[in-house]
Design a protein around this ligand. Structure first.
Ligand code: SF4
Length: 330
C-alpha cells in the first residue's frame, strides 16, 4: 500500500502588489506518495515555482499563503511557527532552487558549503562533517578531489551536482527540483536527470520536479500535474497523460515538443499569452487561447473531475453535466 508523504489541499497563494492581487496559486490540491516522482509542468508564470516555494513556506513577500493546507509526513506546515518550521525545512522537505548553482559561495570550499548543516544544525565536528560531505559528493558522482575545490573550478553540471548534494544532506522525505536542468547543455541535462532518478531509487526520497519542458518531466515522473493560470488543469499518471492527454492545453504543450524521428512538419505553438493573474478571464482561464472553446467556457469555471481512472481534467469538454453545458450554450 503506497504511503502518502505530502498532501496539498485547496492551496491559495496570492501576491498583494500595489497594482492588484496576483492569484499565483489558486485552489490547488495534490498528493505524493513515498518514493514517487511528481512532475509539475506549465508555461512561465503559471504558478509552478510559487507552489514549490509554498511547500517550504518560503513564498517571498508580498506573497503569502491565504488558504489551504500543506501536510508533510502528517505535519500541517501552514500552522507551524518559525522555530517549528526550522525543524521541518531541509529535513522533511528540501529544494534545489532554480539557478542555485550560480549562488554557491565563491570563497568557500565545496565541502564546507555541503557540511554547514551538519556543523550548525546537527552539531557535528568539522572532521565528521567533512566525512559526511565527501559521502554526499560520492552519492552525486563526484570524488573526494572536489571537496577542497572552489565553485569557479567546477563546470555547470558539477556545480548542479553539488547543489543536489546540499539539498539531500539532511535526508528529506520530499525533494523539490525547480527547473534543475535549465542552462545546462543536453548531455549534462541527461546526466542530471539520471542522477535524480538514481537518488529516488537508492534513497526512497519523493521527488517533485518542476519544468516548463514536458520532455524533462517525461524522463522521471510517475505522475504529472499540468498548471495553467495558477490552477491544475490536468493531473494523473504520466503514462496516461503522455499517451492520451485530455485537456486542450496539455495536448497543445505536447504538440509543441519537437520530435526527431517524426516526419518533417511545422512546429506547433500555442497562440496568445498566459492570463494576467491579477485579472484572469472569467470561466476557464485557457478559453481565450483554446481552439475548442464553447460558450460555457468563458462563463463558468470547469471543475477538476476524474475522466479516466486517476486522470483528472478541468475542461467542459469532459463534463458529465451535459444538461448544464447545453443550458449554458443556449
Ligand atoms: Fe477549452 Fe473550454 Fe476546455 Fe477551457 S473548458 S480548455 S476553453 S474547451
Amino acid at each position: 500500500m503506497p504511503q502518502e508523504v505530502l498532501r496539498v489541499e485547496n492551496l491559495k497563494v496570492y501576491y498583494y502588489t500595489i497594482r492588484g492581487v496576483v492569484k499565483a496559486v489558486d485552489n490547488v490540491s495534490l498528493t505524493l506518495n513515498r518514493g514517487e516522482t511528481l512532475g509539475i509542468a506549465g508555461e512561465s508564470g503559471c504558478g509552478k515555482s510559487t507552489l514549490a516555494w509554498s511547500l517550504l513556506r518560503l513564498v517571498p513577500p508580498p506573497g503569502r499563503i491565504v488558504d489551504g493546507r500543506i501536510v508533510i509526513d502528517g505535519i500541517d506546515i501552514t500552522r507551524l511557527d518559525h522555530e517549528e518550521l526550522r525543524k521541518v525545512r531541509w529535513r522533511k522537505v528540501s529544494m534545489i532552487f532554480q539557478g542555485a548553482m550560480n549562488a554557491l559561495n565563491p570563497v568557500m570550499p565545496i565541502w564546507l558549503q555541503i557540511a554547514e548543516p551538519f556543523i550548525y544544525h546537527l552539531g557535528m565536528s568539522k572532521e565528521e562533517a567533512y566525512t559526511r560531505a565527501v559521502e554526499l559528493l560520492r552519492m552525486v558522482g563526484l570524488d573526494e578531489s572536489f571537496a577542497k575545490r572552489y565553485p569557479h573550478e567546477l563546470s555547470g553540471g558539477q556545480k548542479q551536482r553539488v547543489v543536489i548534494a546540499m539539498a539531500i544532506a539532511l535526508k528529506p522525505d520530499v525533494l523539490i527540483a525547480d527547473e534543475p536542468t535549465t542552462a545546462l547543455d543536453v548531455v549534462v541535462q541527461a546526466q542530471i536527470l539520471n542522477l535524480l532518478k538514481k537518488l529516488v531509487r537508492e534513497t526512497g526520497v519523493s521527488l517533485i520536479i518542476i519544468s516548463h519542458d514536458l520532455s524533462v518531466i517525461a524522463e522521471l515522473a510517475d505522475k504529472v500535474a499540468i498548471m495553467y493560470g495558477g490552477k491544475i488543469v490536468e493531473y494523473g499518471p504520466s503514462e496516461k497523460i503522455y499517451k492520451n492527454p485530455k485537456h486542450p492545453y496539455t495536448q497543445a504543450l505536447l504538440k509543441a515538443i519537437p520530435r526527431l524521428r517524426a516526419p518533417r512538419m511545422k512546429l506547433s505553438y500555442i497562440p496568445g499569452q498566459p492570463p494576467d493573474l491579477r485579472t484572469p478571464p472569467p470561466g476557464c482561464r485557457f478559453a481565450p487561447r483554446c481552439d475548442q472553446a464553447m460558450p460555457i467556457c468563458s462563463k463558468q469555471e470547469p471543475p477538476l473531475i476524474e475522466v479516466d481512472k486517476d486522470q483528472f481534467v478541468a475542461c467542459w469538454l469532459y463534463s458529465t453535466s451535459e444538461k448544464l453545458k447545453n443550458k449554458n450554450n443556449e
